[in-house]
Design a protein around this ligand. Structure first.
Ligand SMILES: Nc1ncnc2c1ncn2[C@@H]1O[C@H](COP(=O)(O)OP(=O)(O)OP(=O)(O)O)[C@@H](O)[C@H]1O
Ligand SMILES: [Mg+2]
Length: 328
């Protein structure tokens, strides 16, 4: 086995392309010693979900082909086929393709969403199910960050985010959050990707084929609202564009300088128009809350990974999104 290129590397996990006699593969490894919850356990829950979905939707999901123990490093690994020439949607849209191309990519993504949504599960998305989700993924991570004493900024009731004054989310009465999703049910749970970001959707060079990677199983509620909010995380709230850039933190607030590629804005307009067409107001409000939770749920992960500037920045972004949410 020969490592051809590194796709991504971190302290706990890495993703690289490896060459073997039978062809090229993507190998994702995880450390088995540290932070097992966010590393090893997560990788193997991804693996089982990915294989399950690849059975149902072989046209979309790449199956995991091999797993094992790397004797040299002691790490665990999974391998899938390497799709040569395929680019993730953040890369593809960042090249600012013609609007007709963006529309074509959007139609492919819409098909995936709609086909997954056709597979309904027995359980319903009740306010009680959402209580559990938002308690675990929004309320608790906010409390965790506040207690972690990361930065004096978190002690302030107001700070700035990208130059605008916002109220610290930790000072809000989050106990009343459930008031925003009180209705008998939001329909049934459905099959979902679970980590439906632009980086986890690959498109072929001829833009005819889409392949999904990196799905995620621990969402408490398997809801299309979650998947849709993960797309919005990249297109409305610019996670993909901001994640790699430097975060500036001073005594007043947090900011980062980055450009939003036109292709991303166009994709977002198409997505927002689609949501307005197929969802009612309460469903769209629920997606807005889900979007906030995408940023709060990553806080413990960012902190444990040593990225406290990132945690502060996305906490401030969550504070800003919440402020717009309740003012509407
Ligand atoms: N099978 C594949 N074929 C082609 N490119 C791939 C493949 N798997 C991953 N890539 C490329 O590598 C990038 C990173 O891969 P991946 O999403 O698996 O790792 P990760 O982001 O580190 O994992 P996670 O999302 O679980 O944190 C993808 O966005 C994509 O551009
Ligand atoms: Mg990924």
């Amino acid at each position: 086995m020969n490592v051809v290129k590194q796709l991504r590397g971190g302290s706990l996990s890495s993703t690289c392309v490896v060459q073997r006699a039978s062809g090229l593969y993507v190998r994702k490894t995880s450390c088995r010693a540290n932070n097992r919850e966010h590393g090893l356990i997560r990788l193997f829950s991804q693996k089982s979900k990915q294989n399950h979905l690849a059975r149902i939707f072989p046209q979309y999901f790449l199956p995991v082909l091999e797993t094992g123990l790397d004797r040299l490093t002691g790490d665990a690994y999974v391998e899938l086929e390497y799709k040569e020439g395929y680019r993730n949607l953040f890369e593809a849209l960042s090249e600012n393709p013609p609007e007709a191309t963006v529309a074509k990519i959007f139609r492919l993504v819409r098909h995936v969403i709609e086909e997954l949504g056709c597979h309904e599960l027995e359980s319903r998305i009740t306010p009680q199910a959402l209580d559990l989700y938002f308690e675990e993924e929004l309320i608790q991570p906010v409390a965790y960050l506040r207690q972690a004493n990361v930065h004096p900024l978190l002690e302030k009731e107001h700070f700035t985010f990208q130059g605008h004054q916002v109220r610290n989310l930790a000072f809000r009465d989050l106990g009343s959050l459930s008031g925003h999703y009180q209705r008998a049910s939001f329909g049934r749970e459905t099959l979902t990707h679970g980590n439906f970001t632009l980086e986890n959707i690959l498109v072929s060079p001829d833009l005819e084929d889409i392949k999904l990677i990196d799905c995620y199983d621990e969402n408490y509620v398997s809801s299309r609202y979650n998947d849709l909010s993960q797309l919005l995380q990249c297109t409305r709230a610019f996670y993909s564009a901001s994640v790699g850039c430097r975060k500036l933190i001073d005594s007043d607030g947090v900011s980062a300088a980055f450009q939003v590629p036109r292709g991303i804005s166009q994709f977002n307009e198409m997505l927002e128009a689609y949501l307005a067409q197929v969802l009612d107001t309460e469903e769209r409000r629920l997606i807005d809350l889900y979007l906030i939770s995408q940023f709060t749920r990553m806080l413990p992960f960012k902190m444990k990974g040593g990225d406290s500037p990132g945690a502060l920045y996305y906490f401030a972004l969550a504070s800003s999104l919440y402020e717009s949410f309740i003012s509407r």
